[in-house]
Write a protein that binds this ligand. Sequence first.
Ligand code: SF4
Ligand code: SF4
Length: 250
Amino acid sequence: MEQKKEFIVSYSSGSLFITFFPYKPFIFEKDELEIDAYYIASNQAYQYSQKLIEEYKAQGIEAYIPKINFKKTCAELGLGVIGMNDLLIHETYGTRFAISMVYVNGESLKLKVESLNEESSTIHYSLFTIHCTRCRACVLACPSKALDNGFNISKCLRQHMNTIRFDDETGKLFGNKIWGCDLCQRACPLNTVQAVRPPEHWQEKVKVSEFLKTLEENGDLSWLENDIGANMVSRKRLLHMTRNALKNMR
Ligand code: SF4
Ligand code: SF4
């Protein structure tokens, strides 16, 4: 895991703990199914939020995930800008990070500082200094034209992946992706984080023939559940996506 970065915003009624979980995007081979590295970071962010909430609850302090737009809130706080790709861009991580937010009622900064562990020994407050250049590289890279006139979520492949209700033409656009589409992020010149191979324990398992066999034979998917969260590992959905990918890979 990359080093996470924490920001704390104090209000009269409490404190908002914002944590960024940076990640490196994955490079997959031609015979592998693609699952974006984002989902690992997103799971880490979720688990971290739950842990914080539990810790505060144990001390009798109310804490919860606020129902606010995370990206917009961070942009308003000067922690990044929203680019033409509709994502929050940070000056170091580009768009390659997941966000955890926990609101703690009546909380003081002191209590949090005392509970910091080694991993998060530094609290960073930074103001953003770079901006989306509106170069349109993300717009041109999007295969479903979801960014042509501002972000149209109903056209975004990630949205179609959530529902798995898509037609053959859309199915072709997925290629070998079974979770996530990051083509607009790959095209963005502000994303300078180097891509890496997926974790070693994924490498055999995400080969399309192996993954299909696992799904058809009701095999072990705990490795994936551990990494991206059990809620993201619906066998029915994965089977649908894997068969779609297999068609595209032939
Ligand atoms: S690709 Fe260009 S237009 Fe799109 S978010 Fe990045 S800098 Fe902005
Ligand atoms: S995630 Fe994919 S489909 Fe969605 S806007 Fe980006 S490139 Fe387009």
